[in-house]
Design a protein around this ligand. Structure first.
Ligand code: CP
Ligand code: NVA
Length: 298
């Protein structure tokens, strides 16, 4: 049984396989040559909002021959307190796989342990593995191997997206720099578990110097809305803008996992100047996740 629960638990070989197989899935879109999910029903169980992840997974499951069943966590008994492990044992007897977006990482781990069906993390408070696999695919599609390159994340360095970047860095051998105020840097336990070349900066321009990829994410992640005012104050300045881009390598890519809040983590002009890359990145969710689904059910 294969699960994609985190980049921490995904082997470098599995990461490489998913990234490699994304190429033919992207090239052959629309030809329906591979239908590894034929006859299968996959459940999407979401406790948080989503545009890209929901749509890309629903389309991916369908184009791979399966049926996608979207379950808002509040509409099923889970939302009224039925335990994860009971939900998992019921769905495990009916569905062929599960794609889960929720708060606690422990919840997707528990679902996987009890359901006995392939389980994919579609974002938790700790990790967003499908996003970062896509980001790396997008980087390599445009610039070649990421090994040896410098990736600079700017913004809330303690949330799910940078944490998945941290686990990718050691496995795929690139340098990761995180520019964030000290209280928005990830816990030491995470970087200690990850290993690899991770460097922390409070100075954004220093972190961006010579970088091959500048990356950012929202300042206020889902679940942190009550801290919004404080975060806007404390993260002010941790933004990708023209001066940050000037500090990076001349052909540096700018990426954003989206949704983007202009004037906060990125300014309008920089976002629009790099919109081609950012929306290629969004589209690539579909292709990379097809490859991940194919890997999980093989
Ligand atoms: N980047 C991302 O996961 O977007 P959604 O929240 O819209 O799924
Ligand atoms: N860190 C963001 C990612 C959104 C795709 C969040 O968790 O809301």
């Amino acid at each position: 049984m294969k699960h994609l629960l985190s980049l921490e638990s995904l082997s470098p070989e599995a990461m490489r396989q998913i990234l490699r197989d994304t190429i033919p899935f992207k090239r052959e879109r629309g030809l329906h040559t591979r239908q590894p999910l034929a006859g299968q029903s996959w459940a999407l169980i979401f406790s948080k909002s989503s545009t890209r992840t929901r749509v890309s997974f629903e389309v991916a499951v369908r184009e791979l021959g399966g049926q996608a069943m979207f379950l808002n966590a509040n509409d099923i008994q889970l939302g009224r307190g039925e335990p994860i492990k009971d939900t998992a044992r019921v769905l495990g007897r009916m569905a062929h796989g599960a794609i889960i977006r929720t708060y606690a990482q422990q919840d997707v781990e528990e679902f996987a342990a009890y359901s006995n069906i392939p389980t994919i993390n579609a974002l938790t408070d700790e990790e967003h593995p499908c996003q970062i696999l896509t980001d790396i695919f997008t980087f390599e599609e445009k610039r070649g191997p990421i090994a040896g390159k410098v990736v600079t994340f700017i913004g809330d360095g303690a949330c799910n997206v940078p944490q998945s970047w941290i686990f990718a860095a050691a496995k795929l051998d690139f340098e990761l720099r995180i520019a964030a105020p000290r209280i928005y840097q990830p816990p030491e336990s995470v970087t200690a578990r990850a290993g690899g070349r991770i460097r922390f900066f409070e100075n954004v321009l220093e972190a961006a110097s010579g970088a091959h990829l500048l990356y950012t994410d929202v300042w206020v992640s889902m679940g942190k809305e009550s801290e919004a005012a404080q975060r806007l104050k404390e993260l002010a300045g941790y933004q990708i803008n023209a001066s940050v881009v000037r500090s990076a390598a001349p052909d540096a890519l700018v990426m954003h996992c989206l949704p983007a809040y202009r004037g906060m983590e990125i300014d309008e002009a920089t976002f629009e100047a790099h919109a081609q890359t950012i929306f290629d990145q969004a589209e690539n969710r579909l292709h990379t996740q097809k490859s991940a689904l194919n890997w999980a059910c093989s």
